[in-house]
Design a binder for this molecule. Structure first.
Ligand code: PYC
Length: 306
């Protein structure tokens, strides 16, 4: 029997599961090597932590280890049921709030992720600002033919993961439309991957906000086939890059991005040549300390595979 200890949190509604002990360490002398080892361990040791019956597919996992870069608090690998992620904004906020609950003092800390260093500032025990890796637009207003929906136009941008940001959603971005938004964004993901952009692993659509303090409401489809309950930190970073490239948002000007469940991130950017350095602010709360049990006799110890 194996036991894995995790601490769960949610960031503006989106869950993060931090692995505390019981899973083998992804060894490596740098973060790229660690990701290679992680991919070998993923199917047996990390994927089951996110699947039913021990979790559900919206959960994002976080592994932390000793830093292989000087000046960093930790090496950090995020993963969802499809594999390792480049970066995860809500997950970084969840991680920092979890570490705060374990005694980490307010302040700024560097974290070494597979896509570069990010700086996370613990403002108080729940509020975290993440200064992300530089974000940039890759392509503007590309037309994609989406079966059953027709032509859809969107930007392609990097914000720590690669996003297709759809301009006019054929489905209104409202919580009562989640099923229809799932169907549309899955079709758009398949179409955009097949029509020249295989690296895109998130699709983001926008609509008018419902909250009075927000500028926009979004819905984000993630690689595991689930949607982000938070406004998505890397997706908000990709959006900042597009707004900056279009001259629609000035450096330092705040953007309040509402999520599909009505929570929000505040975000702004600093210019860096033709890229931007985004900062995302949100709140996270610890929801549980759990010991997951993997009984040798359990036919579902690897989780329910779809
Ligand atoms: O907040 O960057 C994010 C994120 C990516 C996938 C789920 N959340």
């Amino acid at each position: 029997m194996r036991e894995v200890h995790v601490i769960d949190s949610h960031t503006e509604g989106e869950p993060t599961r931090l692995v505390v002990s019981g899973a083998p360490e992804p060894a490596g002398k740098n973060i790229a090597k660690r990701v290679e080892t992680f991919q070998q361990l993923f199917d047996l040791h990390y994927r089951p932590l996110l699947l039913e019956p021990r979790a559900y597919e919206a959960v994002v996992g976080a592994w932390i280890g000793d830093p292989t870069e000087p000046g960093c608090l930790h090496d950090l690998i995020f993963f969802n049921p499809a594999g390792a992620l480049g970066m995860c904004g809500h997950g970084t906020i969840g991680l920092m709030a979890t570490l705060a609950s374990q005694g980490l003092a307010p302040g700024s800390y560097n974290l070494n992720t597979p896509v570069g260093l990010v700086e996370a500032t613990l403002v108080d025990s729940h509020t975290v600002q993440v200064r992300n890796v530089p974000a940039y637009r890759i392509a503007k207003a590309i037309p994609i033919q989406v079966p059953d929906y027709g032509e859809v136009v969107g930007d392609v941008a990097w914000g720590g993961n690669t996003f297709f940001l759809v301009k006019d959603s054929p489905i209104p971005v409202l919580s009562q439309n989640i099923e229809a938004l799932m169907a549309f964004t899955k079709a758009a993901m398949k179409a955009v991957n097949e029509q020249g952009y295989p690296a895109i692993n998130h699709v983001e659509v926008f609509g008018p906000p419902i909250r009075e303090d927000a500028d926009s409401k979004n819905f984000v489809l993630c690689p595991g086939g689930e949607y982000d309950r938070s406004p998505c930190g890397t997706g908000t970073s990709a959006k900042l890059a597009c707004l900056a490239a279009d001259g629609k948002l000035l450096p330092g000007e705040p953007l309040v991005q509402e999520s599909i469940v009505g929570t929000a991130f505040r975000a702004w950017y600093e210019p860096l040549g033709d890229q931007v350095v985004p900062t995302i602010e949100g709140r996270a709360y610890v929801t549980g300390h759990t010991t997951l049990i993997f009984d040798d006799d359990d036919p579902l110890s690897e989780g329910i595979r779809k």
